[in-house]
Design a protein around this ligand. Structure first.
Ligand SMILES: [Mn+2]
Length: 260
């Protein structure tokens, strides 16, 4: 029977310099690595080619997390939105060169002026996704949007938001279920049951139910057994990557036991 594939996001090493994180990739000894195209690890041509040859040497498949710091795909400012879309398209191109199996991005946010333009941010969010989808298709890259956490003013946090989005959206964009984020609104299993066909990728980390702490698997209130059973029920065979910022190796081992 199909079972999930386990991987590791390099988010935990974002404070280390890029070369150090390359060593971490080798040490981690996992076949699925998620690279975060942001902060100290923002990609350029040289870094992409370094990652690529590392991947070829060690048989690693990459997913690429789009830049997200200060990024708002629903921005009401035309010049800022243009700059952000340029940066996101550049990241999509990195994914293309890297031969990444998936490019993951965050939905947009409401801003301090959204109250004056009801519904506008939601429409801009959808239109930017449409644009990214088109570029991704041209590049032959699959893309997926992630459920993001309370209490931030993101437009897509719960399953209702995703239902509305998918009912209005015409294009091939998958769902990345972030387990820690979904733990904050109690919808981990509900997301899995509601979108089994959209679900392409999973971020695994834990928290105490009050804040997005990115703790190791088992260090918070996530019911991992229930999560694993829900995945089994829908025969999920995609990737589950550890996205905690601590207890990374231990989290990998726990998932291996959990998802057999
Ligand atoms: Mn995540």
């Amino acid at each position: 029977m199909a079972k999930p594939k386990i991987g590791l996001s390099m988010l935990y090493s974002l404070g280390k310099n890029f070369n150090e994180s390359l060593n971490e990739i080798v040490k981690a000894n996992v076949k699925f690595i998620e690279v975060v195209d942001d902060g100290l690890h923002a990609l350029d041509k040289r870094r992409v080619s370094e990652l690529k040859s590392l991947g070829e040497s060690y048989g690693i498949k990459y997913s690429l997390h789009a830049p997200f710091a200060d990024v708002n795909i629903a921005s009401p400012s035309t010049p800022l939105l243009k700059a952000m879309i340029r940066r996101l398209k550049n990241s999509l191109d990195n994914a293309r060169v890297l031969n990444a199996y998936l490019w993951i991005f965050h939905p947009g946010l409401e801003t301090g002026i959204s109250m004056f333009y009801p519904g506008k941010a939601w429409v801009q969010n959808r239109e930017t996704v449409q644009l990214l989808c088109k570029t991704a298709e041209d590049y032959g890259i699959k893309i997926a949007i992630e459920n993001v956490p309370e209490p931030y003013p993101f437009l897509m946090k719960n399953a209702e938001h995703f239902k509305k989005f998918y009912s209005e959206f015409d294009g091939d964009v998958g769902l990345v279920l972030d387990v820690g984020h979904a733990n904050l609104n109690g919808q981990i299993e509900f997301f899995i049951e509601t979108f089994p066909d959209r679900l392409m990728h999973i971020h695994a980390h834990d928290n105490d139910g009050t804040a997005d702490q990115h703790l190791g698997v088992g260090y918070g209130t996530v019911n991992w057994e229930k999560f694993a059973n829900a995945l089994k029920k829908v025969s999920y065979s995609g990737t589950v990557v550890v996205e905690s910022v601590e207890n990374v190796q231990e989290s990998l081992r726990k998932l291996e036991v959990l998802l057999v």
